[in-house]
Design a protein around this ligand. Structure first.
Ligand code: PMP
Ligand code: GLN
Length: 380
């Protein structure tokens, strides 16, 4: 049979590759981003409660009402924005489905989509599968900042979407208010939709505010906000996320959403709705992860790696230029196989695989895991 691949240049995701290798070589896994500690037992009790109460059939297509209400409250509490649960919020099967659905909904064949690289791995394939044309812009090292003049010059009549991500995976940096104002100036009045991936919204450090698109009224009016509860509740395997967008955009989003998944896991949505009524479940998260960031950075401060700035997410970038001149993919594989520590190489997030000698470590781990990892790191 002749298969005409829609993604001829795409292999298996780096997250599967590195986690698989970590397992095979029994290495400490700081590669794929997930906690190695369990979520709150209360959340598990709530899920069981709803399963026992027989909420085991299909949920409503846009998500259960109590969870959409809680999301609406969250957006108001955190950012002062009003999104109506009925018409402007949809619960998704994680952020991955939310991003794919947003792209599938709005990108027509030949439409251009601006993405910033290093780019989280699902953006580009989702654009390509849907016939879009990727316009990559490189973030400027070392702070992975956006050059807004370049963005201005890249926007054309064909630009349909711009995908932004703050706090940013894989770099661990965050956009500033100035960035969002610059973006707003560039897109308002144009037929461009912004997809804002904010899955690490509650992990911004050092007293800074998360610059959600929803804080900027004119920008929000043409934006789709994507988030995921996986990070917030320490349960990435629950795969529940959400989108918030103005009604006109949401009407179209739901047309596609209903045929991609129809709806999302019912009892777990109800458990989340109960759990997230208590604001402290998400409002203290930045302190929790800032403490982990600080601990990890201190543990590896005497190593030969250079620590890059980390202002958000649960990822720490390190530069290994003084240790090896190997390609980052080779170095990451050797580190896993020979030294027992798995990390993510950064070049895979660039279309041109550019080499910066950077690795990404996930610090969403127990102290003892970070200590064992640091022991290896400091010996290199
Ligand atoms: N966007 C970014 C930036 C991510 O890091 C992730 C995964 N952690 C996702 C989207 C996908 O989230 P989910 O697991 O909820 O699909
Ligand atoms: N977002 C997670 C990370 O960046 C991985 C999610 C996945 O495995 N697809 O590591």
């Amino acid at each position: 049979m002749q298969i005409n691949s829609k993604l001829p240049n795409i292999g298996t995701s780096i997250f599967s590759v590195m986690s698989g290798l970590a397992k095979e070589y029994n290495a400490i896994n700081l590669s794929q981003g997930f906690p190695d500690f369990n979520c709150n037992p209360h959340l598990l009790e709530l899920a069981k409660k709803h399963m026992d109460a027989n909420f085991n059939q299909y949920a409503p297509m846009p998500g259960v009402q109590p969870l959409r209400e809680v999301i609406s409250e969250l957006l108001q509490n955190c950012y002062g924005a009003i999104y109506h649960p009925e018409t402007e919020i949809t619960v998704t099967a994680g952020a991955t489905q939310a991003i794919y659905t947003s792209i599938a909904t709005f990108v027509n064949k030949g439409d251009e989509v601006i993405v910033f690289e290093p780019a989280y791995d699902c953006y580009i394939p989702s654009i390509e599968v849907n016939g879009g044309v990727v316009k990559p812009i490189t973030l400027e090292y070392p702070n992975f900042t956006i050059n807004w003049t370049t963005v201005k010059n890249t926007i054309s009549d064909k630009t349909k979407l711009i995908i932004i991500n703050t706090p940013h995976n894989p770099s661990g940096t965050t956009l500033t208010e100035h960035d969002l104002i610059a973006l707003e100036k560039l897109v308002v009045g144009k037929n461009i939709i912004v997809v804002s991936d904010e899955v690490y919204e509650h992990m911004v450090f050092d007293g800074k505010l998360h610059q959600s698109v929803v804080r900027f009224k004119s920008l929000a009016a043409q934006s789709i906000i994507v988030s995921s509860f996986g990070k917030t509740i320490h349960a990435t395997g629950w795969k529940i996320g959400y989108v918030a967008a103005p009604k006109e955009l949401m009407v179209e989003f739901r047309k596609v959403h209903q045929f991609l998944v129809f709806c999302v896991n019912h009892p777990f949505q109800l458990a989340l709705a109960d759990y997230l009524k208590d604001e402290s479940t998400y409002k203290g998260l930045h302190q929790f992860y800032q403490a982990k960031r600080d601990y990890f950075r201190k543990l590896i401060s005497t190593s030969r790696f250079t620590l890059e700035p980390c202002t958000g997410t649960y990822f720490q970038l390190v530069n290994y230029k003084t240790i090896s001149v190997e390609k980052d993919t080779d170095f990451a594989i050797r580190l896993t196989k020979e030294k027992g520590l798995a990390a993510i190489p950064l070049s895979v997030f660039y279309s041109n695989q550019q080499q910066q000698h950077l690795l990404r470590f996930c610090f969403a781990k127990k102290e003892e895991t970070l200590e064992r990892a640091a022991e290896i790191i400091c010996k290199l």
